[in-house]
Ligand binder design. Structure first.
Ligand code: KG4
Ligand code: ZN
Length: 315
């Protein structure tokens, strides 16, 4: 639906949410064998306000009609804790590399609700750089996976693209210069599949080198030996392989949630809802959505003594 426009059209997205959300919730319930529900967690923000309002309204309505308590969850907290959906779950503290279409963040996670942002992108998010480069290569939207597939046919050493911010101190990122370098390379290269594959592979290598370098630096500076990767770009095979190699070399543990827990998913929102279940409140008439919401304003869950030990989902 959005591919024709080369990006998400907010109004189309929220209208589609209205049509699909309730049938989707019912299908998920059926597939889970109609479990007894004890609460409803939904994504309260940050994000596009129209789409958020649809989810918030449905959560509030379901809360009232089913007489269940409701909790609005921070989308990025979901991504940060998504590795806890897997076994073995990482122990705290860990460094999380959160790489999605909207965010590039390095976060120190000391427990549920204890987040320190160490670095972030000063311009484009990594996923956005993937999508924009893919668009320039004529790969459609969202182009990240298509670009990664094309890169497997190319030579990652064909172009020496900039490794943004790697030489500079600190843990921030910048990807707009790399995007420009890709644009210039496309203009100069023949319009063949082979030439485009070389550009894709070299772009991906530059991104991977940058991310791996910054992760290693964050782990060193924080004296933490656990890294988790989350967000849509965390599904990238080349990034996973490079981080696993670096983990073996530098002696840190690395955790990669499976593909469907890396990209946007509802399981991670349910997990946060569960860990914060004592904060759930009865469904109310007005829907609560927050388009801008800082991760660092979050606090540890109320009444959860296990918030700094590994997640236990049972019980
Ligand atoms: O976390 P996510 O599903 O949605 C949000 O942005 O919140 O991330 C989507 C982003 C898109 O930019 C998409 O192109 C990128 O993740 N992505 C990938 C891959 N799979 C998804 N980028 C590179 N390689 C992939 N395999
Ligand atoms: Zn996301």
């Amino acid at each position: 639906m959005h591919a024709d426009y080369g990006g998400v059209v907010p109004e189309l997205a929220s209208r589609d949410h209205i049509r699909k959300l309730l049938p989707l919730v019912e299908q998920a319930r059926r597939q889970a064998g109609n479990p007894v529900l004890t609460g409803i967690a939904y994504t309260r923000g940050p994000g596009l306000v129209g789409a958020l309002l649809v989810g918030a309204s449905l959560a509030a309505g379901l809360g009232m009609s089913l007489e269940l308590p409701v909790l609005g969850v921070h989308h990025m907290e979901g991504h940060l804790l998504s590795p806890l959906l897997e076994t073995p779950a990482p122990a705290f503290p860990y460094i999380a590399l959160l790489v999605s279409g909207g965010h590039t963040l390095l976060v120190r996670v000391d427990g549920v609700g204890q987040y320190t942002v160490l670095g972030q992108s000063l311009d484009d998010a990594v996923g956005e750089a993937f999508d924009k480069s893919a668009k320039m290569l004529g790969l459609g939207y969202p182009g990240g996976p298509a670009l990664a597939a094309l890169a497997t046919e190319g030579d990652p050493k064909a172009h020496d693209f900039p490794r943004p911010m790697l030489k500079r101190a600190g843990l921030d990122f910048s990807f707009s210069g790399l995007k420009t370098a890709v644009m210039l390379a496309i203009k100069a290269a023949p319009h063949t599949q082979a030439a485009h594959a070389d550009i894709a592979a070299s772009f991906q290598q530059a991104v991977v080198d940058t991310l791996v370098g910054k992760c290693a630096r964050a782990l060193r500076e924080c004296d933490v030996a656990r890294l988790v990767v989350a967000g849509g770009v965390g599904a990238n095979a080349s990034l996973r392989a490079a981080l696993a190699r670096r983990a073996a070399r530098d002696g840190f543990e690395s955790y990669f949630p499976r593909h469907e827990f890396c990209t946007d998913n509802a399981a991670m929102i349910a997990l946060v809802g569960y860990r914060r279940r004592h904060e759930m409140r009865p469904g109310i008439v007005s829907a609560d959505a927050v388009p801008r919401w800082s991760l660092e304003t979050l606090r540890p869950p109320v009444g959860d003594v296990s918030s700094t030990s590994p997640a236990r989902l049972a019980g």
